[in-house]
Ligand binder design. Structure first.
Ligand code: SAH
Length: 369
């Protein structure tokens, strides 16, 4: 039985208003102003619930920093430019990016760093991680607050935290899954009255997940990039599948748990549907590159060289750590395959290491279940 303070609040809400969508449940769990998972804690690191790529090694952020500066150059080195990060966690990725960026004086003059963060706890961590940076910095509640103009945007493990709606294929229809109460008054999944029209055909029992906030955010990013110039790099785990098994998952203390077991005290995420995001970005008039597996991207941009250089004067223990970090970031059985990089850019540039030729705006084929 779930006894978290948020579980009590959700029970009362469901008793009063009826079942809620999976998206509403996720939004309460992650960002409830009183008990939301991200609002109340720093979830990252060994003592937290999960570890992300920038927390594995500085090499991740350094390579991304090099990519962003290169792409800024390809875009004609616009000045001023906003360097935006969505959900910067502990600020580690941005600190690593800025270490690389600070070696490019003309970028130092052009860039204003803008962090979009919902969590007061993590904002404080970010301020601390970036306190020695020479770049102007500001925090924003959403992308709407960021002034118009060219933008370089990065988002690592941000889109997976945006709420999804779930539909299940039942008797030839897509019926919406909801969170309701069972006979004992416990939170339980059920099927609500909602139906999705125009969904794909799929086998009985298949699940379709749709993230309206993720799609709306990509519309906004792509529209800005198509109009004002720049690029975005979205890194997350997921595939191009549009229907199949449910991917909503809860992680607590580095272990998977039942998504209904501890609302507000476990991280809740879902795989990102890169096919859907790519289609939306193209429809807004931006160019799309990828998605490409993280391992392929990092290796093509010199992960092994970087590890070699960092290890050249180091002791054996540090070299072991570097080897382990390369493995964790790039090996297919670790983060290398499941995590993908999707770049959205102004049209007419061909950023490495995506092989897409100039003007190639087609995402890779979508595989349905
Ligand atoms: N990018 C970081 C952290 C990933 S965790 C890393 O790779 O280590 C997800 C991040 O997104 C956290 O900083 C969390 O507080 C933030 N976040 C989640 N939902 C958000 C929302 N709706 N608006 C703004 N920030 C959000």
């Amino acid at each position: 039985m779930s006894r978290t303070p948020l579980a009590e609040k959700l029970r009362r809400l469901i008793e009063a208003n009826g079942p809620m969508t999976v998206a509403q449940y996720m939004a309460h769990c992650l960002t409830d102003p009183e008990h939301g998972y991200y609002v109340t804690r720093d979830p990252l690191g060994r003592s937290g619930d999960f570890i992300t790529a920038p927390e594995v090694s500085q090499m991740f952020g350094e390579i991304l920093g090099g990519w962003l500066i290169h792409v800024w150059d390809l875009c004609g080195a616009p000045s001023p430019v906003s360097l935006v990060e969505l959900g910067p966690g502990r600020g580690t990725l941005m600190a690593d990016i800025l270490r690389v960026a600070s070696r490019v004086p003309k970028f130092g003059v052009a860039a204003h760093v803008r962090l979009v963060e919902a969590s007061p706890v993590l904002k404080a961590r970010q301020a601390d991680a970036l306190k020695d940076s020479s770049f102007p910095l500001s925090w924003h509640a959403s992308l709407d607050e960021i002034p118009p103009g060219p933008m370089l945007l990065v988002a690592n493990e941000f889109f997976d935290a945006l709420p999804i709606r779930q539909y299940q294929r039942i008797a030839g229809e897509w019926r919406e899954r909801v969170v309701s109460l069972d006979a004992a008054g416990e939170l339980a999944f059920g099927i609500g009255p909602g139906r999705l029209a125009n969904g794909p055909v799929a086998s009985e029992g298949a699940t379709l997940e749709v993230s309206e906030p993720a799609e709306a955010l990509v519309d906004q990013i792509a529209e800005r990039i198509a109009t004002d110039g720049g690029a975005a790099l979205i890194i997350d785990y997921g595939n191009q599948r549009t229907a199949g098994d449910p991917t909503l998952q809860a992680v607590r203390g580095h272990r998977y748990t039942d998504p209904l077991a501890a609302p507000g005290e476990a991280d809740l995420t879902a795989h990102v549907d890169f096919g859907a995001l790519a289609r939306r970005a193209i429809a807004e008039g931006a160019a799309v590159h990828g998605p490409m597996p993280q391992g392929e991207f990092l290796l093509a941009l010199g992960l092994l060289d970087r590890a070699g250089r960092l290890g050249s004067d180091a002791d054996e223990a540090t070299r072991d750590q570097l080897r382990a970090a390369v493995e964790r970031l790039a090996e297919p059985y670790q983060m290398g395959d499941l995590f993908k990089m999707l770049a959205i850019t102004q049209v007419g540039i061909a950023p490495p290491p995506f092989s897409a030729a100039l003007g190639d705006k087609q995402p890779r084929p979508i595989c349905a279940a």
